[in-house]
Design a protein around this ligand. Structure first.
Ligand code: KIV
Length: 263
C-alpha cells in the first residue's frame, strides 16, 4: 500500500478488496502504520487513549488540528481523515468554518462527521463547498452521554430501517465513504450492499468494504477496557512495561550505560 490513496482509488476498491483504516495521533506511530494502511484516521478517540479522558466529547478543534498535522508529518504518503470534534458541526456555518480550518491548516484529505439522515444537510453543505466527507453512522461515540452509554445499533427492524436511511442520505449528500460502528453484522452487511460508496466497519462484522481499528486498542497499549470487536495483535502494554522495567533495573544496578553508550 505504498501509493497514496485518493477518493477515487478508495471508491474503486469497493467490491475489489477490503480497505484498511487505522487511527494514529502522532507522527511516530503514523510513520509505523503507514506502510500497512490505506487510510489513517486522526480520530477524536485520541481524547481517550491519548489524553486519558472518559469519552471523546471534550476534544477540541485545536487538538484535532495539532494531531492531524503531526500525523501528516509522519505519514506524508497516506490518505488522512480528520475527525470533526463534538460541537463543531451543529449547524452548516460552523461545520463549514471548522472544516475549512482543517483543509487550510492541515494537509488532511477529508473530514469525518458523525450522524446519518439528521446530518445530511451538513454533509451536503460541506461537499458542495469542496470538503471531502467521510460519514460515520451506527454507534456514535459523540452521543454517548445523550444515549446513556455505547449501544449496539440495528437490533430492531426500526433501527435497521433507520440505519439504511442514514447511509443512503449521507451518500446522496456526497459522502465519499462512511464508517459504520457497533452495528449488528447482518444490518451492516445489508447497508454495504445498498450504497455504492465504501462502508468501513468497526464492530460491524466482516462483510463490509473495509475495517478500522484504534491503533492503541489493536496493539494492546490501551488497558482501560477492550471492546468485543477489538483483536489485540500484540500485548503492547506488557512489552512496554517489561522494557521500561529492564531499563530501570539496569540503571539501579549501574549496568546502563555501558562503554558503547558513552562518549
Ligand atoms: O475516533 C475514532 O477513533 C473513530 C473510530 C472509532 C472509527 O471514530
Amino acid at each position: 500500500m505504498n501509493k497514496k490513496m485518493t477518493i477515487t482509488s478508495i471508491q474503486k476498491a469497493k467490491g475489489v478488496r477490503p480497505l484498511v483504516m487505522i487511527t494514529a495521533y502522532d507522527a511516530l506511530f503514523a510513520k509505523l502504520l503507514e506502510p500497512s494502511s490505506d487510510m489513517i484516521l486522526v480520530g477524536d478517540s485520541l481524547n481517550m487513549s491519548f489524553a486519558g479522558k472518559n469519552d471523546t466529547l471534550s476534544a477540541t478543534m485545536e487538538q484535532m488540528l495539532y494531531h492531524t498535522n503531526a500525523v501528516c508529518n509522519g505519514a506524508k504518503n497516506s490518505f488522512v481523515v480528520c475527525d470533526m470534534p463534538f460541537g463543531t458541526y451543529t449547524n452548516k456555518n460552523d461545520a463549514l468554518h471548522n472544516a475549512i480550518r482543517v483543509f487550510q491548516e492541515t494537509p488532511a484529505d477529508c473530514v469525518k462527521i458523525e450522524g446519518g439522515e439528521d446530518k445530511a444537510d451538513i454533509v451536503r453543505h460541506l461537499t458542495s463547498n469542496g470538503i471531502a466527507v467521510c460519514g460515520h453512522i451506527g454507534l456514535l461515540p459523540q452521543s454517548v452521554r445523550s444515549e446513556g452509554g455505547y449501544k449496539v445499533k440495528g437490533k430492531s427492524e426500526k433501527e435497521k430501517l433507520q440505519l439504511i436511511e442514514d447511509a443512503k442520505a449521507i451518500e446522496k449528500a456526497g459522502a465519499f465513504c462512511m464508517v459504520i460502528e457497533g452495528v449488528k453484522t447482518d444490518v451492516a452487511t445489508a447497508i454495504a450492499k445498498c450504497v455504492e460508496v465504501p462502508v468501513i466497519g468497526i464492530g460491524a462484522g466482516a462483510d463490509v468494504d473495509g475495517q478500522v481499528l484504534v491503533f492503541s486498542d489493536m496493539l494492546g497499549l490501551f488497558e482501560e477496557f477492550t471492546p468485543k470487536f477489538v483483536k489485540k495483535y500484540m500485548d503492547g502494554a506488557a512489552l512496554v512495561k517489561d522494557a521500561v522495567q529492564n531499563y530501570a533495573d539496569e540503571v539501579v544496578a549501574r549496568e546502563f550505560p555501558k562503554e558503547e553508550h558513552t562518549y
